[in-house]
Design a protein around this ligand. Structure first.
Ligand SMILES: [Zn+2]
Length: 465
């Protein structure tokens, strides 16, 4: 564990916040008085900005890591804590403001032996933010559970809840889940994008050809459209954007989801509940009795759901779903394992859309470097890489994300090998080379770094670039 303390002088509330942020960033154990000047702290902080002054109101309550480890958080009596608690409310507001400012998708509150660790997931990766003092930490978790209408006396079983709150300068909707861990209850807040009008097909990052291909598939009265990729690859955003595009008064759109990620006006969303027997298959069966036009099934993961989705897609319904597969080829194999015949696939599968998300380089601080030069690709001689220190507009040199796609129409997937071009041959090998090629285009355009392309889509064919 960390040992050194950060040394500074002339405490002022704002400086405490900044020093604490610096301590976290430099992996120091605690903050203590000393000869370091304000400007030295400021200088140290220029590389670790991003917290702004949002935590200033709760500066007096920073975690002092020099103290002894505290007892398990779950042993603390949280029930008797008052619902309204000004320092805790200020900290919660500061945390929510920071999360919204940084466009975080999740907030993790993790009890460890030394205290509560708080991390935000921004653009797919977790980043630590300053921790509150132990007293605040305990009450903060209780407060969040109260806000989410969870049972604060119950700390041994996982729970779910929901928060919808508006503060000074932020609006936050989140799904909250709790988990009993060794040092206390861990809470994760999954933030729901506040504005569903942002869910448009234009914002996904499809190129022109892919955009047209997707619109064509969505315009069909029937068929199955599958979005594939690992967790966190943006499948949900794509599905919801497609549903929003289809969302019109003359269509009956219904979904079976686990859980409902974003509430959409005009769409009948059903949260599946396997504990009472309401699984994807049972929900789909019920939805089919409700005169549907468009059906969205959160995930196809068993034979019953697969066969029902296929049948629906062949009998006048447009069906959208996801599979946790890495490539179009892997998708066909998976569906085959789920008992779907090649004939059914040919008749119902209209489009497979494989996707990943790449972090976008920060336009304000990206650094020029030599671009990778893959064989046979015409590229400019300079590329860009991330400024790892970041600037005030970004985290670690990245800001926002880019969708990278590979679309395979049903026909293309089943064409005999002789008709296939090189792109579909790589599909047949189950590789993600074509996705990687699309990602490299972003690199060539200066939108992302080669390191990011390599992180998300490692090179599989051994060639440079
Ligand atoms: Zn930047």
């Amino acid at each position: 564990m960390v040992g050194k303390g950060l040394v500074w002088c002339k405490p002022s509330p704002n400086l405490v916040v900044r020093a604490a942020a610096l301590a976290r960033a430099e992996n120091l154990s605690h903050v203590e008085p000393g000869p370091r000047t304000d400007s030295a702290v400021d200088a140290g902080l220029t590389n670790h900005t991003g917290y702004g002054d949002v935590f200033a109101p709760c500066a007096a309550h920073w975690l002092d890591w020099s103290k002894k480890p505290n007892p398990k958080m779950q042993e603390i009596d949280t029930v008797s804590q008052p619902a309204h608690d000004a320092p805790v409310a200020a900290y919660a507001d500061a945390l929510f403001t920071l999360a919204v400012q940084q466009r975080a998708s999740d907030i993790h509150l993790e009890p460890q032996q030394q205290g509560l660790i708080i991390r935000l997931r921004v653009d797919g990766l977790l980043h630590r933010v300053p921790s509150p003092a132990q007293e605040i930490a305990r009450r903060l978790c209780a407060r969040i559970k109260i806000m989410a209408a969870m049972d604060i006396a119950e700390q041994r079983r996982p729970q779910d809840g929901r928060i919808s709150t508006v503060g000074d300068g932020f609006q936050l909707d989140a799904r909250v889940s709790s988990l009993p861990t060794l040092w206390g209850e861990k809470l994760v807040l999954r933030l729901v994008p506040a504005n569903s009008s942002l869910l448009t097909l234009d914002a996904l990052g499809l190129n022109q050809t892919q955009h047209a291909q997707l619109l064509e598939a969505l315009s069909q009265p029937q068929g199955l459209i599958l979005v594939t990729g690992p967790t966190g690859s943006g499948k949900t955003q794509t599905l919801y954007s497609a549903l929003q595009w289809l969302n019109a008064e003359h269509r009956n759109i219904s979904t079976a989801e686990e859980p409902i990620e974003i509430p959409l006006t005009g769409i009948n969303q059903v949260a599946i509940r396997p504990s009472i027997g309401l699984d994807f298959a049972a929900t789909l069966r019920a939805l089919l009795r409700q005169d549907p036009d468009v059906l969205m099934v959160g995930e196809i993961r068993d034979e019953a759901t697969a066969s029902m989705a296929m049948r629906a897609a062949q009998t006048g319904h447009l069906v959208l779903s996801t599979l946790h597969t890495n490539s179009a080829r892997a998708t066909l194999l998976r569906l085959n394992q789920l008992g779907v015949s090649a004939r059914d696939l040919t008749e119902s599968l209209t489009l497979v859309l494989a996707q990943r998300l790449l972090r976008r380089l920060c336009g304000a601080c990206k650094k020029a470097c030599r671009a990778a030069t893959p064989p046979g690709v015409q590229i400019q001689s300079t590329g860009f890489e991330a400024n790892e220190a970041g600037c005030e507009r970004c985290l670690n040199g990245y800001c926002g994300r880019l969708g990278v796609f590979e679309l395979s129409s049903g026909r293309g997937l089943f064409e005999p090998a002789s008709k296939r071009g090189s792109a579909t041959e790589t599909l047949q090998q189950g590789s993600t080379q074509s996705l990687r090629d699309n990602a490299l285009t972003y690199h060539h355009n200066g939108d992302t770094s080669l390191a990011e392309v390599d992180r998300v889509l490692p090179n599989t064919n051994g060639q440079n670039g």
